[in-house]
Design a protein around this ligand. Structure first.
Ligand code: NAD
Ligand code: GLY
Length: 360
């Protein structure tokens, strides 16, 4: 087993991120977190037939009894009603406060199962077992859990850190190309906000990533998790710099909410949103236009959209007006000063934003 382990440093709540192929078959990675001997495996209809048996064997190998909760697939399922079904199944199985929720799947399963774990009986432990690129580089790390509301993405949620993240890179073999590309959006984000050499590495290696070169994927996942872990350790609850991880997300969440959850994949909406943020940064004179074009070129080469859907300015502003980063009715945006350096901007002139949106 070639495995790399990183740490999210949060004092007593610190946890490991294990990255490597074949990890879901390694009971020893689950064992330290399953002293209670009981686990609830939450997954979805697509992932269950692929990987649930293997995870259950690993849980059994470390002496845990487990039961399975399978939700339907799709971003549209990341909602209150599906969460309520999960609570019902936990209750029917008499899950107690020491039952460990094991979230096996992409970001939808991880966010929903994580929120179930944050709230069931006022909070139970959970393990993230991410099986999409997006979940391995982003959503499984950092403890943000949520469901969507019809009026806004991720509006109902909680911070609840996992006990461990077990990212089996072998599971990416079955991931559709479109989903792999969606994950690359968040990988590009890390380079754009924090790490110019990583951004340059991505420019040189994006074709290898799309071709699923194992070495390139392992590097990209590891570097992404390093950057995310570093930021989460500084600012777990997003009082400040964690908001930088939201580059492109204010626009992206608006696209997802307005177009209907699942119409655009989260990563696709973030991709178009990052290009918008870069173009806005350039139009405000903060980012050289050549850098905005470089970001757009990389996003395009990753197989991702660079153009948002045609939406009315009022619809944009209404959806963006509900973003969680906003303060006192003002829209907060993450803008770029250069590639590798982003800023949290709380004072973008309303006229400039409206003018930018109406020029789309
Ligand atoms: P997803 O969970 O919908 O998974 C994408 C698709 O791939 C689904 O159809 C899923 O069933 C399928 N799938 C998963 N693993 C597979 C595998 N190994 N082989 C074949 N198919 C597989 O989408 P996602 O992109 O993983 O996650 C998006 C969600 O993550 C959004 O709801 C977004 O808001 C959330 N998110 C959360 C955070 C956070 O910090 N909590 C960060 C980023 C994104
Ligand atoms: N995906 C943004 C964050 O975790 O903060």
């Amino acid at each position: 087993m070639s495995m790399r382990t990183l740490a999210v440093g949060l004092g007593a709540r610190s946890y490991p991120i294990h990255i490597g192929p074949g990890l879901i078959a390694e009971g020893s990675l689950f064992a330290p977190h399953l002293e209670s001997g009981r686990a609830a495996l939450v997954t979805n209809e697509t992932v269950a037939p692929l990987y649930a048996d293997t995870v259950e064997r690993s849980l059994a190998a470390c002496g845990a009894r487990s039961f399975r909760i399978v939700i339907p697939d799709g971003e549209a399922e990341k909602r209150w009603e599906t969460l309520d079904r999960v609570y019902g199944e936990l209750l029917r199985a008499k899950a107690d406060r020491r039952t460990v929720v094991v979230a096996l799947g992409g970001g939808v399963v991880g966010d929903l199962a994580g929120f179930a774990a944050a709230t069931y009986q006022r909070g139970v432990p959970f393990i993230q077992v991410p099986t999409t690129l997006l979940a391995q580089v982003d959503s499984s790390v950092g403890g943000k859990t949520a469901v969507n509301h019809p009026l806004g993405k991720n509006m109902i949620g909680a911070f609840h850190q996992p006990l461990a993240v077990i990212a089996d890179t072998g599971t990416l073999d079955t991931l559709p190309d479109r989903e792999l590309a969606a994950g690359l959006a968040e990988v590009i984000k890390y380079g754009a906000i924090r790490d110019l050499p990583f951004f340059e590495w991505l420019e040189s290696n994006v074709d290898r990533l799309r071709a699923r070169d194992a070495e390139a994927l392992a590097y990209a996942i590891g570097r992404s998790c390093e950057i995310k872990a570093e930021i989460v350790a500084i600012d777990e609850r997003e009082a400040g710099p964690r908001a930088l991880l939201n580059l492109g997300h204010t626009f992206g969440h608006a696209i997802e909410t307005i177009e209907g959850y699942g119409a655009w994949l989260h990563g696709e909406a973030v991709a178009a949103g990052m290009v918008m943020a870069a173009r806005l940064s350039a139009s405000l004179g903060r980012l050289p236009m050549a850098d905005a074009q470089r970001l757009e070129a990389l996003v395009r080469r990753a197989g991702l959209p660079v153009q948002p859907p045609a939406l009315a300015v009022d619809a944009w502003l209404d959806a963006m007006g509900r973003d969680k980063k906003n303060e006192s009715g003002r829209i907060t945006l993450i803008l770029l000063d250069r590639l590798g350096a982003a800023t949290i901007e709380k004072n973008t002139p309303a006229g400039a934003l409206e003018g930018f949106l109406s020029g789309r």
